[in-house]
Each structure stands twice: as C-alpha cells, then as structure tokens.
Design a protein around this ligand. Structure first.
Ligand code: PRX
Length: 655
C-alpha cells in the first residue's frame, strides 16, 4: 500500500463520526433539522406528511384513533388502493419510465416500464378474479426473485386480496404451516430458479408442501426455467403464462380499500415454535414505507434505486416493492447471489445501471470485505449517492469499509433498525441531517418514540445496556397477529405497558444502549430468536425439528458468533438410549432441520452431550451454551444443578 493510503486507512479507523457530504445535503429530500421538533410538537397530526405522499380516493377523517389501544387505527375512513398508488397514478407522467429493472442470475435482463407493469398486473388481477379470488382471500406466494412475484403482489393488492409471501428458501413443511395458518386457498409459485448457474427445482417442493395442507388449493405456476425442467403440475394448477395471455389487455378497476384493511400478512419467527402472522394494513403501512423511502433512502423518481434483499422478507416488501414503486422510481431486482459468476457481480450491476442508492445487509458487507476491495475497484461506482444497511448490527470496521470502498467517502450511510412488525424503518440517522456514528443506528426517526429501559421499565442512563422500547404508535406498525389478538398482546405489549393507566409500550425484544446525544446502538435480540445472515430464526422452531429426529432425546439451540453470518446455529443434543451421537445422526439432524425450516437454519455445529447445563429449577442455561459456542470465558456456574457437565461440553466444542 502506498504511504498515503496507509495514512488514510489509519485516519478512517480512528474517526468516530462522519458528517453527511455537503453535496448530498444540498439535494436531500429532507435536510431541515427542525423536522424533529415539527413532528414532536404536532404529533400525531405530523404524520399527515406521510399520508400526503399518497393519492387517496377518500380522505381520512382521523390521523390516529387510539380509543382501542394497542389496537391503533391510522388514517381512519380514508380509502386507497396500493396497486393504484404504485402504478396507475404514475402513468401520465412516468408511464414510459422504468419501474423494475430485473437482472437474472444467468445475465438475462427484463425491463418493465410503469405502463408495462401496470398492464401485466391488470392481466394477472383479472386472471385471479376469474379463478375465484375474492376481496380478503389470502393468496400465498412461494417464489424466488422473479418479476412475477411483485406482479402477483400488486395484482392481489389491486383486487383487495391480501398476500402472504413465503421465502422460497423455506421448506415444504414451512409452506404448509403458513398456508394452513392463513387459511389460504391460492398459491402462486414457479417451476424452479437458478442458483450459481444451476437450475433448482421448486415446484416439487411446493407440491410436497401442499400435501401437508388439509384444504384444497388452486395453484398458479410461473414457468421460469422453460424447457430445462419439466415440472409436475397438479390437477388444480394453472400455467401463469396461459392465464395472463387469456386476459391480454384486460383492465381491472382497483378496489377501494379502507386504510385499515389488510394489505398483507408476513410470517416471522418468535419465541414459540409457531410462526407469527404479522398483519399490515393498506393506509398506514403504505404511507410509512413511502415516507421512509423518501426521507431515509432519499428516493426520487429519477433514481435507480437498489435494495439487494429478497422479497420473501419484509425488507423486500417495504423497500423493493411498496416504498420505491409508490414514489415512482426505478427499483432494481436481482435474482441471484453476489458472487456469481464473479465476486464483482454487485458492482457490475451498480455500474451497468448507474445505481444511485444501495441498501443491503451487514452480512453481505462482511463478505465483500473478505473478498477484497479489488472487486469494487474494478468498477465505476460513482453513480452511488447513498448507502444503507439493515437486518443486524454493523460493526464499525465493516461500516468504514462500506463507506470508503463502496461509497468513495462521499455517500452517507443509513444504518436502519426496524423489524417485520414495524413495517418500516424506526431508528436511523436522516442522511441529509444527521452525523453518522459507525456502529450506532442513530436517533429514532421524527415522530418515533424510543427509550432504553431496565427490567422495571425505568430509563437507563447513557452508555448502559437495557431493553429497547417504543412508547408511541406509528403508522407502519403491525395491527395484530393474524387471528390471534391475544398473542399480539402478550408478545409485544405485556412487558412494559400499564393497561390500567392506558399506557402502551411496544417491546421489540431487542437489547440496546443510548449515548448522551440520543444515538441508539442496537445490541441484538433478548428473546430466543437468532439472527443468521440477517434472517430471523426461532430457536424453538429449530429445537422442535431436531427432537423430531429419531434417536434424539433433547436439544437446545443457541446462536454463536460467526464472522460472516453474524450468528450461526449451534445445536446441543442428547441422544436417546441406544443411539450414538455419530456422523449418521448428525446428518439426519441437519436433514431434519432443512426439511422443517430450510437450509438457512442448518446448524453450524451439532454437539452431542450426555446432559445439558440446567438450573436447579430445571431450566436450560442458554447463556452458558452461548459462551461455550463463542469460546468465551464461562459465566457463573454455581447455580447449576450439574456444573460438571459444562466443562465436558466446552471440551467437546474445542475439539
Ligand atoms: O434484532 C433486530 C435486527 O433484526 C430484527 C428484526 O428482524 P426481522 O423482523 O427479520 O426484520 C429484519 C429487517 C428489518 C430486529 O429485532 N435488526 C434489524 N435491523 C437492525 C437490527 N439490529 C441492529 N441494527 C440494525 N440496523
């Protein structure tokens, strides 16, 4: 390295705060610091600013109705349609501009202008109607990153049918559980897709899932692989291409939906083994993702914006589909992996399309760092104006690498904390205003109330770790868990609320600390949820898959630190009498987890042990198992019933 560069590197590593570049501030959608006070002083009416980004049919009469808290209602009596907001209203001015730039893994591309996307969404909406889909029927989608996925989502939105997208990497069992829970009688899926150049079958997996659903399901199958793969169709299946062709030129009037009507369901993991069906609404959710795309991602219609997430997760819903399209911009959608065919694939796409904003996850940034700066250096990344991260804490070193080697030290970075349940971003700097501090997400967004408290709900001082809480409602919040109000109350509102005083505090189940200047550093989950490569997995779900394997008596799953993935799955397993903890059982355990959930939940290590460390009351000491997985100094073992077992397990992991 040249001397100058060494100096620059050293300066960067020491620097603790970064101001947004002047050139960015000058053009930012939001650059007046007064916005924080404006929201505060005029709350909740200040949220009209978000609703004003949409084109409502009927105006709402109340911004926030908290009469039945925590079942809040936003923008009551307002009516709108999400497909109209994302398509129709852009047609006059931007019909010929690009809505979706799709890049397939093998290098093929597809471009949809707003007019073209509008046309196909209408045709598919007409086809869904013809198949019998009615307003409020839940339509499940089990699809990889192909354009037909957002098309199907918008077609559902058009006819008022909520969608439930199941990540394509989830297993057949996971699909069955979600379809059963949502009483969903329609499934849009595809024959297969490409991963690292190979065709992967998908339809047989979908069929296997449907075998586990008790009610009848009408299927719609997109032919992604063409002749390469002869996919097994069921009697109740229809070919997507045929359906759309039969509706050529059809127009479907968007259904007028109430602000509080459900737009979609998204299943996510929680403390128990049963996934939670998070319900998002049309008015509040759409206003919120539109507002945060505008204020935080600085999206403008003329941008080419790229969120490199998967639409199967909330990030893709909010910031590939609904946020950017509601603002009429160009949203890039990439089917494949970042290292295929070469490790510069992401940078090639940025260069080819002149991408202006890139929003990705720390796990990806850590991988880019490991591969080396020579890959981004090969490409012209000067079109980039803003960078973002989401999904897990980002360590300062990775933040600085991203800042320097991708952003060329001229792009602000927004480190955005939020969750499936929050619908959109909650804690982050505003890129046109806030100083950035690597590793710390920043202050809560204007209008968002966040506090760090101890177990009694009292605020903790600066620098001390506590629990993150949200003490004001916000438009993008989940409204309930599908058909399970009780669980909604107990999961999120029991811990810190005081119902007698009508005081409601949302608990996201994250630990955090706050600095003197109000910047929040999110430390990670405090429940039994682990975050593997930004994917949220419930340890209970994995444990129940493992104990379902023949020969397993008991299992405890924890998250251990992992350089690239953030966290990895560690499974401690006790075998049944007569079974050996050998390679065969390990392979069956891994298979069991992949079948029940999917390859993302595959254990990094399976550790066979005769006992698990338990307290005198019989509770498994997970903290200790985490310490062992991380090779950390072991905490206090004196409260254990069986302290001797700890060393045995630690030795095994060390082997
Ligand atoms: O622990 C937090 C972590 O991801 C969890 C939410 O996961 P999920 O619902 O799958 O949504 C992920 C995408 C929004 C949170 O409870 N998390 C998310 N963003 C951050 C984060 N942790 C630290 N910093 C972030 N920026």
């Amino acid at each position: 390295m040249a001397e100058e560069e060494v100096e620059l590197e050293a300066r960067l590593q020491e620097q603790e705060s970064f101001d947004p570049p002047e050139s960015f501030v000058e053009q930012a959608n939001v650059s007046e610091p007064a916005i924080y006070e404006e929201f505060e002083e005029n709350w909740p009416e200040s949220w009209e600013r978000a609703a004003d980004l949409l084109d409502w049919y009927d105006d709402y009469d109340t911004v926030l109705d908290d009469s039945d808290a925590p079942f809040y209602k936003w923008f009551k009596e307002g009516t709108l349609n999400a497909s109209h907001e994302c398509l129709d209203r852009h047609l006059d001015d931007r019909g010929d501009e690009v809505a979706i730039e799709w890049v397939g893994e093998l290098g093929e591309t597809r471009t949809y202008t707003y007019a073209e996307l509008h046309r196909e969404v209408n045709e598919f909406a007409a086809a869904l109607r013809e198949l019998g889909v009615e307003e409020d029927d839940v339509v499940t989608m089990y699809m990889p990153m192909i354009p037909e996925l957002p098309i199907a989502m918008l077609a559902c939105a058009r006819i008022g049918a909520p969608h439930s997208v199941v990540f394509a990497g989830f297993s057949a069992d996971a699909l069955a559980t979600r379809m059963t829970s949502a009483d969903s009688e329609y499934l849009v899926t595809c024959d297969g897709y490409y991963r690292r150049g190979d065709a992967l079958e998908h339809k047989a997996k979908a069929n296997e899932g449907l075998d586990g659903v008790d009610h009848d399901v009408t299927g719609i199958v997109v032919d992604r692989l063409g002749d390469e793969y002869d996919h097994p169709m069921r009697d109740d299946d229809h070919d997507y291409g045929d359906l759309v062709a039969a509706q050529a030129g059809a127009e479907v009037e968007p259904v007028e939906r109430g602000a509080e009507d459900m737009l979609f369901l998204m299943y996510t993991s929680g403390t128990t083994g049963q996934p939670k069906g998070v319900k998002h609404t049309t008015g509040g959710y759409l206003s919120y993702v539109s507002w945060t795309s505008h204020a935080v991602l600085d999206v403008k219609p003329e941008d080419t914006y790229w969120c490199a997430a998967d639409i199967g997760w909330i990030t893709g819903h909010s910031y590939i589909v609904y946020g950017p399209l509601s603002l009429g911009t160009t949203s890039v959608m990439y089917e494949g992996t970042p290292d295929y065919p070469e490790k510069d694939r992401m940078w090639e796409i940025v260069e080819d399309y002149d991408v202006t904003q890139l929003y990705t996850a720390p796990t990806a940034i850590r991988a880019f760092m490991k591969w080396g700066k020579q890959y981004p250096e090969k490409r012209d990344l000067s079109s980039l104006r803003l960078l973002g991260t989401v999904g897990e804490p980002i360590n300062p070193r990775a933040w600085k690498w991203y800042y320097k080697h991708i952003g060329g030290e001229s792009c602000p970075i927004v480190d955005t904390w939020w969750q499936t349940e929050t619908g959109g971003m909650m804690i982050t700097t505003l890129p046109g205003i806030g100083t950035m501090k690597p590793g710390s997400a920043g202050p809560p967004l204007p209008g968002i109330g966040a506090e760090i408290v101890d177990t009694n709900g009292d605020e903790v001082g600066a620098g001390r770790a506590g629990y993150l809480t949200v003490d004001k409602p916000w438009p993008g919040m989940l409204r309930t868990l599908y058909k399970n109000d009780e669980r909604f109350l107990s999961e999120y509102w029991e811990e810190y609320s005081d119902p007698d005083a009508d005081e409601w505090v949302y608990f996201p189940e994250d630990g955090a600390k706050i600095d003197d200047d109000g910047y929040i550093t999110v430390l990670g989950r405090v429940d039994d949820v682990i975050n593997v490569s930004g994917h949220r997995l419930g340890t209970m779900e994995i444990e129940s898959a493992i104990v379902g394997v023949e020969g397993v008596a008991e299992a405890a799953v924890v998250g251990g630190d992992h350089d690239l993935k953030g966290e990895a799955v560690y499974a401690y397993v006790i075998t049944e009498d007569g079974y050996e903890g050998d390679a065969d059982l390990e392979a069956r355990i891994i298979e069991g987890v992949e079948d029940a959930i999917g390859p993302i939940a595959r254990p990094e290590a399976v550790i066979f042990t005769p006992e698990l460390p338990k307290t005198r009351s019989g509770k498994i000491m997970r903290r200790l198992l985490e310490d062992i997985a991380n090779g950390d100094e072991l905490g206090d073992t004196s409260t254990l019933r069986n302290p001797e077992v700890v060393e045995d397990i630690a030795n095994k992991v060390g082997e």
